[in-house]
Write a new protein. Sequence first.
Lengths: 305, 305
Amino acid sequence: MSILAVGSIAFDTIKTPFGEVDDIVGGSLTYFALSASFFTEVKLVAVVGEDFGEQQLKLFRGRNIDLQGVAHADGKTFRWGGEYSHNLNSRETLFTELNVFEGFQPELPESYRQADLVFLGNMHPLLQQSVLDQVNHKRVVGMDSMNLWIETTPTELRNVLGRVDIVKIDDSEARDLAGVYNLRKAAAAIQGLGPRMLIATRGSHGAMLFTPQDIFSAPAFPLEDERDPTGAGDCFAGGFFGYLAQAETIDSDTLRRAMIFGSVMGSFCVEDFGTKRLEGLTMDEINTRYRALKQLTQFEDLVTA
Amino acid sequence: MSILAVGSIAFDTIKTPFGEVDDIVGGSLTYFALSASFFTEVKLVAVVGEDFGEQQLKLFRGRNIDLQGVAHADGKTFRWGGEYSHNLNSRETLFTELNVFEGFQPELPESYRQADLVFLGNMHPLLQQSVLDQVNHKRVVGMDSMNLWIETTPTELRNVLGRVDIVKIDDSEARDLAGVYNLRKAAAAIQGLGPRMLIATRGSHGAMLFTPQDIFSAPAFPLEDERDPTGAGDCFAGGFFGYLAQAETIDSDTLRRAMIFGSVMGSFCVEDFGTKRLEGLTMDEINTRYRALKQLTQFEDLVTA
């Protein structure tokens, strides 16, 4: 089955201790789509400006990506700039120019209105709601969010949370959203708001999945060369929901494998600037890293006397 | 086989958001010994003062712990006080009174001089050296250290590193010791100084083992109630080296299981103040948590078409 995904497409300017790039194609939806398209078809809902032409769109062409829902508006595309500290674990936003994103009103093409899986990228909860309102039928809904919305639009965010199945956010954001530091308690509190499941991503420490039945801890692949973490969380989401969308059933085994594919895709993203590593990536490389994560975490059962 | 372990025995005063305790028996060796003694015999090398009598020693009695190498010196026992922030991830040292530890010159009883496994707890590298010098025969040597020695006694520390097999330190200390942020590169740099293996502990994010052959990532058990992290790293070391000491061979499977037992013992330690949780702990509870960590990380192999 396919994924309907809404989010940002942007021009990013990124500085890390390992180099810098200007005005490359980025945005949460770009990373999500490139990642998920390895597993299933992704139908994009987004807006770009007049400065976003065929040269930029070719990043998406030739992949399992439907661009019908990408609106072209008058004005400039969303722009973001950020700089990372020496350890890549903290970043400073240098500028944010919303541009055409400011007036964005998602409008779904007719062919998008039956969706098996809907992913609501990190954006104003009212925009997320608006996308959900336009989908007649959906099986699974996932969402991302961030501190900005937790702090400034708590009521609207709770309304969206009441309508989704799986939330994927940073562990620190999960703690803020729940108002409790302990991650198990935070997960239980978030599950109380509606979503059956929480994925708490932890950067280079991996990610955890909380379901009503159990907890799963996915490791991060220990990279030898990390260059740019931009988009890693979105690539994780793309791998997770992409794998889930093409699975026949959603059970504990499928969810665990989806978490590992999420971790795999996030790790590739960090290996080069922007979307560069994803562009040349192959399914063979993805499967090889999946096996490496298996090797990284495997240990023998306890022998009972 | 047994473990010869050197480290501190202390009176600790601990404040966390969940309570406080005054002058309880603590110190790195206390935690290490209680933890390791579930798996094998531990011969202690330490010093205590006149204020440390039978009432305190009974914490060690009835366990697989040899107290012959615990010297009783004139003066007061080492005292330490610390306070943790709301999330238990950062702590402030309130006071450190070295007392009898200041003049500590480890002297091994004759029966200690043949040791299968030696563990050098976190202390001045010259004291660690002195213990090693007194052991005639040893199979495996492990050590702990901290930023203080990395910064103030780099030469002495390197001399010890050249004589040990396995270093167990925090990931941030591994980075400082190696002078490089990337953990894989830091591990390689530390292995270049002598030790074949590095265990980098990461608090509530688990721990990683770097050997010449491979990397293993052990999860932390996601606790619902965390009260006091004091000694968790020492309990990890106790579980790891304790399990290793009683294993017939040291191979990849054994090392991985040892890491899991390390994580298990560290997680119990955090559940209550000081050594309280360890005192009533049973091997059944340890094995149950081992299985829980298996369940937490288990996922299916990739099916190749």
